[in-house]
Ligand binder design. Structure first.
Ligand code: SAH
Ligand code: SF4
Length: 394
């Protein structure tokens, strides 16, 4: 994991050889860290190894169950230790640069994770008591699905596990949902459907899921987390084995020539290879189904023949189908299918036994709906990008 646990706290008062004034070291936030990272952190301030696990567990509960933002609130931690912690660390969240609330209650946050690294996170309240937080796993994306706004933003970088967890913490802060035991929680589910391809950042996604699902903290169960992929075939089974999360597949087409065009990754892993990997996903049954996402593009993939082909393709796989009305973005090359056509398509799918599959667009007025997310973070150089792609594909 790439956390800066090795940051050495330089003495801020020490004279520097070049004669310039030394600046105070930036304090690291403990919010978002794994248990092991917390244990390392307490050892950095001198807690003995044999007591480090107990101390880390205490911090864990304060950070992830109570959501405290100050060490002073940690009433079962001694004053001395609290002072030592505060000297070296913080419990800061990243800055919210912008927060927009849609007419339908959807909230979109633009979050600054590091200087120049911004991501979008969207909270989608449900009609009932539950609600889902759509988190980003990368800033930008290396893939270029032709209907997706994020795809027009080059990859800036992978997010760390802490940065993924912090998106959840920021939303909980804003919704006033600490401590975790709060009965009326609205944030009940997490979907990895924000910016980026989660399976190109599986280590961080997996650590983040471990943190978020921990029953002593944020406590959102693994079955309440869904990871969506455009089809990174070699990582699909590994995702299931490592996280136990629910799987969503961005399918969007039922035959290779069209899918090659819409989801260019299909040229590398075609529909047959994708379906084989999906069938091997651990634990699939009628209560743990795969969600197939299908964006409705007018005149492109929305014929009734395609609806029938879709049903045929999914035969034998425990699945749910999510028809997503295409969400337009500035200069997007597609139009959303007509509502009648979406309903006729849904009808074919419904008759084959898949219930209410149309996903109502949420937060469109604030560009918070699926595929509309994009931040202004700087593009990386083409050479760096190429390297990242090669590493992703290795
Ligand atoms: N990279 C992952 C997860 C993020 S995209 C993936 O592709 O699965 C989340 C979902 O939104 C995907 O199903 C994606 O295909 C869909 N999507 C992208 N752009 C869209 C748009 N403009 N309108 C509707 N859905 C879109
Ligand atoms: Fe990336 Fe997913 Fe958008 Fe495709 S749909 S460009 S994989 S974020």
């Amino acid at each position: 994991m790439a956390h800066a646990l090795d940051i050495t706290a330089a003495n801020p008062q020490a004279p520097r050889l070049d004669g310039t004034e030394a600046t105070a070291p930036v304090k690291r936030s403990l919010a978002g860290l794994t248990r092991e990272e917390l244990r390392q952190a307490v050892m950095e301030i001198g807690v003995e190894e044999r007591k480090s696990k107990m101390r880390a567990d205490q911090l864990w509960r304060w950070i992830y169950h109570y959501g405290v933002t100050s060490f002073d609130e940690m009433s079962n931690v001694s004053k001395v230790l609290r002072a030592q912690l505060a000297e070296r660390f913080t419990l800061d969240r990243p800055r919210i640069i912008d927060r927009q609330v849609s007419v339908d209650g959807t909230r979109k946050y633009l979050i600054e994770l590091a200087p120049g690294v911004e991501c979008e996170t969207v909270f989608i309240p449900d009609v009932s008591k539950s609600g889902a937080l759509c988190v980003s796993s990368q800033v930008g994306c290396t893939l270029n699905c032709t209907f997706c706004h994020t795809g027009t933003q080059a990859l800036v970088r992978n997010l760390t596990a802490a940065e993924i967890v912090l998106q959840v913490m920021v939303a909980r802060d804003d919704l006033g949902e600490w401590p975790t035991s709060n009965e009326d929680r609205k944030l009940t589910n997490i979907v990895f459907m924000g910016m980026g391809e989660p399976l190109y950042n599986l280590d961080a996604v997996s650590d983040a899921i471990d943190i978020i699902s921990d029953g002593d903290g944020i406590s959102i169960g693994r079955r309440r987390m869904t990871v969506s992929t455009s089809g990174v075939v070699p990582k699909i089974v590994e995702l299931g084995e490592r996280t136990g999360a629910m799987l969503a597949i961005s399918l969007h087409a039922t035959h290779d020539p069209l899918r090659d065009e819409l989801v260019p990754l299909n040229k590398r892993y075609n529909i047959k290879a994708l379906m084989d990997a999906i069938r091997a996903y651990p634990g699939l049954n009628n209560s743990k189904r795969v969600t197939f996402e299908y964006v409705m593009l007018k005149g492109v993939n929305d014929s009734l023949a395609e609806a029938r082909a879709l049903v045929k393709l999914l035969k034998g796989v425990p699945s749910k189908i999510n028809l997503i009305p295409f969400n337009p973005w500035p200069d997007s090359p597609y139009e959303c299918s007509d509502w009648d056509q979406i309903e006729a398509f849904a009808d074919v799918v419904n008759k084959a036994g898949y219930a209410s599959p149309i996903r109502t667009p949420r937060g469109r007025d604030i560009l918070a709906a699926c595929g509309q997310l994009r931040s202004e973070s700087e593009k990386v150089k083409a050479s760096v990008l190429r390297k990242q792609r090669l590493a992703d594909e290795a």
